[in-house]
Ligand binder design. Structure first.
Ligand SMILES: C[S@@+](CC[C@H](N)C(=O)[O-])C[C@H]1O[C@@H](n2cnc3c(N)ncnc32)[C@H](O)[C@@H]1O
Length: 249
């Protein structure tokens, strides 16, 4: 079991607060989202990858159940959903390490989608498909029950302030939804570098009767998850990272 280290407190961010408020107005009457859509600059390389790669590796959001085997052109592979892949470095590395698995990668941020499409081309990966949409809708409307062998959620936004905790992705209802989509024996792997969120996630996952912890509390980092540059820097500064791996029973 890992020992926990004390982490720095986040700085107050007026920009983030303003974005949250704007988002609140835009989404009035709709459910609370776990992300704020940022404009973000798309580089030339990402724009090219979006144009060329999206038709090959993108899956459009449609509110109807998709056939994952058909999307990946094979039936004998494990199907893993990665939620919020950011710039996609980890997704690409894992897909390269585990060619026998297929990865459905969900992200809302356009530069990130472009960055992962660029990596797919550069590394000639065939086992990643990208859906650019709120994963809550994807889970509710696109994925069949018991269709996933695993779910990866790496460094989800911790939404540090108490008044933003309702935006955290990992909530009891969301975890129940994930459990419906996981096959019996499938796994949910969450990693975070924010101690208080790690404790929150562990509590939520422990409270879900369909899940069983594979460790006593926090898990050793599974070998397929590469260390990110950010994580390496944090580790040198004495910051912690907490992995949690639960099985669907
Ligand atoms: C803190 S970043 C982590 C990115 C990446 N996993 C990493 O380890 O670097 C969290 C990402 O999750 C995405 N995200 C948050 N909520 C989401 C949702 N409901 N659907 C899809 N993506 C989401 C955000 O856009 C953001 O890029």
């Amino acid at each position: 079991m890992r020992t926990m280290t004390k982490l720095n407190q986040p700085e107050e961010s007026p920009v983030l607060d303003a974005a949250v408020n704007a988002d609140k107005v835009a989404l009035k009457g709709r459910r609370i989202r776990s992300f704020v859509l940022r404009q973000g600059r798309v580089t030339k390389g990402q724009a090219h990858a979006l144009e060329v790669g999206r038709p090959k590796f993108g899956i459009d959001y449609v509110p109807e159940i998709i056939d994952l085997n058909a999307k990946f052109n094979r039936t004998d592979s494990k199907k893993i959903l990665e939620i919020g892949f950011g710039m996609g470095e980890t997704t690409a590395k894992i897909a390269q390490t585990l060619p026998e698995c297929d990865f459905l990668a969900a992200e809302v941020h356009t530069p990130g989608v472009g960055a992962l499409l660029k990596l797919i081309e550069e590394l000639a990966l065939t086992n990643i498909r990208i859906v650019q949409h709120d994963v809550v809708d994807v889970l509710q409307n696109m994925l069949a029950d018991a269709s996933l062998d695993g779910v990866h959620i790496f460094f989800p936004d911790p939404w540090h302030k108490a008044r933003h905790h309702k935006r955290r992705l990992i909530q009891a209802g969301f975890v129940k939804l994930l459990c419906n989509k996981l096959k019996v024996g499938g796994y949910l792997h969450v990693a975070t570098d924010w101690q208080e969120y790690a404790e929150w996630v562990l509590d939520v996952l422990n409270a879900e009767p369909q899940l069983q912890n594979t460790a006593e509390s926090y898990a050793e980092k599974p070998s397929y998850r590469p260390l990110t540059k950010f994580e390496n820097r944090g580790i040198k500064l004495g910051h912690g990272v907490w992995d949690m791996v639960f099985k669907r029973q």
